[in-house]
Design a binder for this molecule. Structure first.
Ligand code: SAM
Length: 535
């Protein structure tokens, strides 16, 4: 809402209805700038005593009408309403005609034989107050809605007379009260309803959007027997959607654990692989990072114990680094967790284009988050803002260098030597098995005698055989959690993708090796073995 209009509305309400009313209007307007917010007062009129005689049959209708409700009110038929619809200006539309056909009643006010206004009455006990809000009324209640008085006849109390005449209808003689609603901030209408004899019995608060909202019914309203009714089609469609989701999840889960591995190995034998998959993201494997600064550094003798590290740098070779997200995440994490440690990360990738993007270290917010979430510490620790871009800061960039390397064809050992930690993640599953085997051997040759290999995203059968052949030990510490984390980026029907990964199936041979993503080379210190036991 435009601020000027907002101020004008609030000021006008203050002038006419006082400060408290103006505050309510102002607050509601502000809330409605953020979401759909509505407060309705549910009001009730009791059958006046003068009409009790009619209800009990002790007095004829004519006598009662003379007591208050005049014969100037009559029930509208469809032809009359169609005529008013044709004339226009009466607010009669197809929806109202449909309500008439559904059993609602329109009472017309007549002045000197002319139609002067109308009011609608619902007797079914389940009125739709507004689109999406249907209420169940207590037994014996009418519901009055959509009152209208033609401008030529306003001010003559016709609405009030129509309300009174409701009680003269013989068909409704057994009904004891009539409900309606008024918007809480419609102070003029509230006053009018009060004059008609209505009193408030409770409130409904609606919060959400116009299409979907939550309705909160005040305790007083509930005590009086009013309930919200879900639209049957709404309930059915929601229940159906839920059922479908559950059935799909159960079906996918069942396939995952039974035929999935077989379907997947069949697919892998037939599918074409490509080395152009470059999906990556910052903070892709948070529990792996915890393992790095926990048991992995302990295995390398770089844990934070007196005498640990001792100025010895941590050298990391990170292959298939894509746009640099993984390398920068590692650098930022190590700087945060182990500022005492000198860290050298040599990252490489097959694609020169990705390497130049990695070197630039400049990302948009959507590249940085991949439309998911990244922790605040990572953004604060790693980036400087330059306009709309996030640029890797000097302190993070300083420890990382980038070059082009092919893990299949290059002699990595000759080129990079050996490192404490070697990382080749989410690349081997994009290679055909013979090439993946070659690349694995090539990568493993760059492990120092005591080292750790991070190898998320490779064929599980290959992982078992190759890690065994190279005498690498799986790190058991939180390995199931790490594995499940790595599957977050894989579609639920994983067996339909060559890079899919089965769920952790404990009955598989050597599960730690099969699903492990971190492997240790060299004798593990006691602390790492204890951690493995505690996992
Ligand atoms: C899916 S990305 C993985 C990026 C990152 N390691 C991660 O886990 O988020 C795979 C990367 O492997 C690279 N790649 C493919 N074949 C390669 C090869 N033979 N040698 C080196 N890198 C390769 C691609 O260029 C791509 O950047």
């Amino acid at each position: 809402m435009h601020p000027r209009f907002f101020l004008r509305t609030v000021a006008a309400t203050w002038r006419r209805h006082g400060l408290w009313a103006a505050c309510q209007v102002g607050l509601e307007q502000l809330l409605n700038g953020l979401m759909f917010f509505e407060r309705l007062h549910i009001i009730e009129m009791q059958r006046p005593q003068a009409f009790d005689a009619l209800a009990s049959g002790a007095a004829p209708a004519a006598a009662v009408m003379a007591a208050g409700a005049g014969p100037d009110t009559q029930v509208a038929d469809e032809a009359t309403l169609r005529r008013l619809q044709r004339e226009g200006g009466w607010g009669i539309d197809d929806t109202k005609l449909a309500l008439l056909r559904a059993g609602d009643t329109c009472l017309l006010s007549l002045v000197d034989g002319c139609i002067a206004g109308y009011t609608w009455v619902h007797t079914g006990g389940r009125p739709e107050i507004m689109p999406g809000l249907r209420l169940q009324l207590p037994a014996g209640a009418l519901y009055n809605f959509a009152g209208f008085t033609h401008p030529d006849f306003r001010g003559a109390g016709l609405q009030s007379r129509r309300h009174q005449s409701v009680w003269t209808q013989p068909a409704w003689a057994h009904l004891g009260h009539m409900l309606g609603y008024v918007k809480a901030t419609n102070f003029a209408s509230r006053q009018g309803q009060g004059r008609s004899g209505y009193r408030r019995i409770g409130s409904v608060v609606l919060v959400g959007s116009r299409q979907r909202f939550v309705a909160w019914l005040s305790p007083a309203l509930r005590r009086s027997g009013v309930r919200r009714l879900e639209e049957p089609s709404h309930i059915v469609s929601r229940a159906w959607a839920l059922l479908k989701r559950q059935a799909q999840a159960a079906w996918v889960g069942m396939l995952s654990h039974t035929l999935g591995p077989w379907l997947h190995s069949r697919l892998r034998r037939r599918s074409q692989r490509s080395d152009t998959h470059s999906y990556t993201c910052f903070h892709r494997a948070p529990t792996q990072l915890a393992a790095l600064t926990g048991p992995v550094l302990a295995h390398l003798g770089l844990d934070r114990v007196p005498g640990g590290a001792q100025g010895q740098p941590l050298r990391v070779l990170l292959y298939a680094c894509s746009n640099g997200a993984e390398a920068y995440t590692w650098s930022a994490w190590l700087a945060l967790q182990r500022p005492d440690l000198e860290v050298v990360i040599e990252a490489s990738d097959l694609s020169p284009e990705l390497i130049s993007r990695a070197r630039a270290g400049r990302y948009t917010w959507s590249e940085l988050t991949q439309d998911g979430e990244v922790p605040a510490w990572l953004v604060a620790q790693t980036f400087d803002r330059e306009g709309e871009d996030y640029v890797v800061n000097e302190r993070t960039r300083r420890r990382v260098s980038f070059s082009c390397a092919d893990i299949i064809r290059d002699d990595l050992r000759a080129r990079y030597g050996q490192a404490d930690v070697v990382v080749a993640q989410n690349v081997l599953f994009h290679l055909p098995p013979p090439l993946a085997r070659r690349a694995f051997d090539n990568v493993v040759r760059t492990l120092a005698p005591t080292a750790a290999l991070f190898i998320e995203g490779m064929d599980q059968d290959l992982r078992v055989s190759l890690t065994q052949a190279h005498e690498l030990q799986p790190l058991v510490w939180r390995s199931r959690e790490i594995y499940e984390e790595s599957r977050r980026h894989i579609p639920a029907r994983w067996w339909q993708f060559h890079y899919g990964a089965e769920p952790w199936l404990p009955f598989r041979r050597a599960p730690w090796r099969r699903y492990g993503t971190i492997f240790l080379k060299g004798p593990a210190p006691v602390s790492v073995r204890v951690l493995a036991l505690a996992a």
